[in-house]
Write a protein that binds this ligand. Structure first.
Ligand SMILES: C[S@@+](CC[C@H](N)C(=O)[O-])C[C@H]1O[C@@H](n2cnc3c(N)ncnc32)[C@H](O)[C@@H]1O
Length: 251
């Protein structure tokens, strides 16, 4: 007798049931301990300060989420785009550039101030994404756990193809875990958001950064950005009722 074919039943609903699934949770089970703020640091303020000095004022294992968007020196060293507007090029060149060693020092200290299982959202340009940036994590307890591509919805610079995207690496301090830490599970890893023209040539998307910080912190928690540029992370923190601490050399 031929055996009857086993009926394969495929799920039709692809949404995650976060109440029962074993690896997902929409709750955070870790909390950031309160700490006294040094008098130099004012919450929700555009501080004018060196980012490394700012970080040195923060205690170890204190902050659940950090954003860092380095002023990549390599971009200026290696590229001089013919299709960059004069105005934007001048504003970009006027910003303080960071060497590879400086970027690594920032990341080392961000790793120190993050709580265990805390997150760093690191904006990475295409050059460093392709060449690799793991060397910046040497000596830290940080590892790359995800990547979000920001589709800017407009044509940027480039000798060959023209850029329409930037990249945000998701780094987590050990121990790595998503359950009980990351609580929003419908963030697409390609995120389209147009940014209104600002005075700063490197403004990042407020809604994406708001969604990311909301996924890995609770209302009232500190969110830090030691090189805040246009202070897009400050705006995101206000929108999401988090407490921003951050600075830029240019204020
Ligand atoms: C790529 S931009 C940041 C853009 C920002 N994420 C935004 O959304 O507007 C990098 C910033 O780093 C700042 N910067 C460079 N060296 C710094 C330092 N040592 N301390 C603080 N900020 C610094 C520059 O002035 C620049 O505004």
């Amino acid at each position: 007798m031929p055996k009857e074919a086993t009926q394969l039943v495929l799920p039709t609903d692809t949404t995650f049931d976060t109440s029962t699934a074993s690896v997902f949770s929409d709750q955070r089970t870790i909390e950031a301990p309160p700490f006294p703020l040094p008098p130099q640091l004012k919450p929700n303020t555009r501080l004018v300060m060196d980012g490394l000095e700012f970080l040195s004022l923060l205690p170890d294992n204190a902050v659940p989420v950090a954003f860092f968007d380095p002023q990549y020196r390599g971009v200026l060293d290696k590229l001089s785009y013919g299709n960059e507007g004069v105005d934007r090029g001048q504003r970009r060149c006027a910003l303080q550039q960071m060497s590879e060693a400086t970027i690594a020092t920032f990341i080392l200290d961000i790793g120190r101030v993050l709580v265990p299982s805390g997150h760093l959202f690191l904006w990475v340009d295409k050059f460093h994404l392709c060449e690799g940036f793991k060397v910046w994590l040497d000596g830290t307890a940080l590892d790359i756990v995800d990547l979000v591509t920001w589709d800017k919805g407009k044509m940027g610079m480039g000798y060959r193809t023209r850029r329409t995207a930037e990249y945000c690496a998701v780094l987590q301090k050990r121990p790595h875990k998503a359950k009980g830490v990351w609580k929003i599970h419908n963030i697409a890893d390609v995120w389209r958001e147009k940014v209104a023209k600002t005075d700063h040539p490197h403004s990042k998307p407020v809604d994406l950064q708001g969604e990311l910080m909301a996924a890995v912190s609770n209302e009232g928690d500190f969110v830090i950005d030691p090189a805040a540029g246009s202070f897009s992370v400050l705006q995101a923190a206000i929108n999401r009722r988090r407490t921003f601490l951050g600075c830029d050399l240019d204020g």
